[in-house]
Write a protein that binds this ligand. Sequence first.
Ligand code: HEC
Length: 167
Amino acid sequence: MGETLPRATSAGRVHRTASGRVRIVLPFALATWVLVAALPTPAADPEDVDSRQWVKLPAPMQAHMLANMRDHLVALNDILGAMARGELDAAAEIAESRLGMSALEAHGARHMAPFMPEGMRRAGTAMHKAASRFARKAQEGDPLPAYRALAEVTSACVACHAGYRIR
Ligand code: HEC
């Protein structure tokens, strides 16, 4: 209890000083705001800053693809978890079954392919192949080359995301 009083007093002093500063600083801040607000603002249209190609998919297919995508991220997280525990075989299994060539059918790739432009299809195939390559590397048991192969998987994610959107 003995400490409460001095603390409250000093807080009051700080408060008075701060409000004194506010009286001086506020007009400058307002003037700056008015100046900045008067400057021409860059166009806010997202179309101008987003150069990705918009691929229009039927609604159920769009939902299906986004669900696949969220599972890709979960798979990647599970792979990294397994790698960190030194469980390279487990990492290989996750990669092959959820991202690799074995995952193509489960992802309905055959049904979606006709709706995708050629470049997007190629990016998808590149990712599936990279994941299968990673699985083989991981099975060899040497973490460093496996991580290198995993980076090729994430590069494939990044490449497709940079080029295409579906909404
Ligand atoms: C063939 C192209 C392609 C590949 C390869 C790809 N993605 Fe995607 N991903 C997309 C598109 C297109 C979207 C939707 C972007 C948009 O329109 O907002 C998306 C969205 C996502 C989303 C957001 C899902 C949501 O519900 O909002 C996640 C997460 C994601 N991707 C993860 C990944 C990961 C991880 C990988 C690699 C292992 C990957 N993606 C590989 C094309 C791809």
